[in-house]
Design a protein around this ligand. Structure first.
Ligand code: OXD
Length: 328
């Protein structure tokens, strides 16, 4: 169990354990959808929308996306933070984030499904050369291109958390050869796992299609750069649905122009929105989407949060806690 912080010399009682709790919501612009979902899933939970906080000392939990630093002012009785996104970088980089609070990551089925769909869509596109057939159609050009069975394509999944493992399962079901890369050791069913800096090169050398689902941390910052891109097989493809800062964009463009990359599908960027001047917009080998690979779905997300609160109220520890030292 957690050690709860002490207030003015006396033990603070976790109010979330009581029936009535107050949640502060700072959302992604779908406020009403979140409010409706909570009133269905846990009607006794009072939900307040930031910045209409009312008495800040009454707030016990917060559900947040990109909190501004002043959001935490006066939230002295906050007991837990729920992240709206799968990624917690926007929370962890907030300079006023209370250091002692547990942060529960978002693990919800629609978010996972969306990420898997996005990555599968592009894996299939690149594997079946649909991008080349689109070009051929635009040129009214009829030519059969070689079609390789899925069993002959190795997909590298970089990041083997909930999302990466879900993607790996679906890729295996489609008969792709799946390899995975993670920071530390740990087996994943049906996946040949590489881990640690020492095994990155071997992993990249085998990845004909590389899907990035890693979090943004100091260790993963620009992990895809001139040096590592050189390890990819000739005519490899890259899919980035993780975070923009995993990739050095300038060096990615060089790898598209000079090899070994034959194409890239990018949903996240070093700067978002992607600046008008970026060469990525019009690069012939690049598919750009505006950070839509997967969106948290309020009804299922609320059910997940309510389940975790009920679990916690039974005396269990918070599930899916962010490891703040690791940065994810
Ligand atoms: C997320 C995102 O972290 O949408 O969920 O980027």
């Amino acid at each position: 169990m957690h050690e709860w912080p002490k207030a003015q010399g006396r033990e603070k009682q976790p109010m979330l354990k009581a029936n009535h709790a107050v949640m502060l919501l700072k959302t992604d612009a779908r406020d009403q959808a979140w409010i409706d979902a909570f009133s269905d899933a846990m009607p006794e939970l009072e939900v307040r929308l930031w910045p209409e906080t009312g008495d800040t000392s009454e707030i016990n939990c917060a559900l947040l996306w990109c909190p501004p630093p002043e959001l935490f002012d006066g939230l002295d009785n906050l007991e837990v933070i729920f992240s709206i996104g799968a990624g917690v970088d926007s929370l962890l980089t907030c300079p006023t984030l209370p250091a002692h609070l547990p942060i529960v990551r978002m693990v919800e089925p629609e978010l996972t499904a969306g990420m898997v769909e996005f990555c599968l869509f592009h894996v299939l596109r690149f594997h079946r050369l649909m991008h080349r057939f689109e070009t051929q159609q635009a040129e009214r050009h009829w030519e059969e291109l070689p079609q390789v069975p899925a069993t002959g394509v190795t997909v590298g999944v970089m990041g083997l958390g909930v999302l990466g493992q879900a993607l790996a399962r679906q890729l295996s079901a489609l008969r792709y050869r799946v390899i995975g890369y993670r920071r530390g050791p740990g087996a994943v069913d049906g996946v040949e796992v590489f881990h640690g800096e020492d095994e990155l090169e071997a992993f990249m050398r085998r990845s004909m299609i590389l899907a990035l689902l890693m979090p943004s941390t100091p260790e993963t910052n620009r992990i895809i750069n001139r040096e590592t891109l050189r390890w990819l097989p000739v005519d490899a493809y890259l899919i980035n649905a993780g975070r923009g800062d995993l990739v050095n964009e300038q060096e990615l463009i060089e790898a598209l122009d000079a090899g070994p990359l034959a194409g890239a599908a990018l949903d996240v960027f070093e700067t978002e929105p992607l600046p008008q001047a970026s060469a990525l917009w019009s690069h012939p080998g690049v598919y750009v989407t505006p950070h839509i690979a997967s969106i948290t779905h309020p009804p299922t997300a609320c059910r997940y949060i309510v389940d975790t609160i009920r679990y916690y109220r039974q005396g269990e520890p918070w599930p899916h806690l962010v490891e703040i030292d690791r940065g994810y």
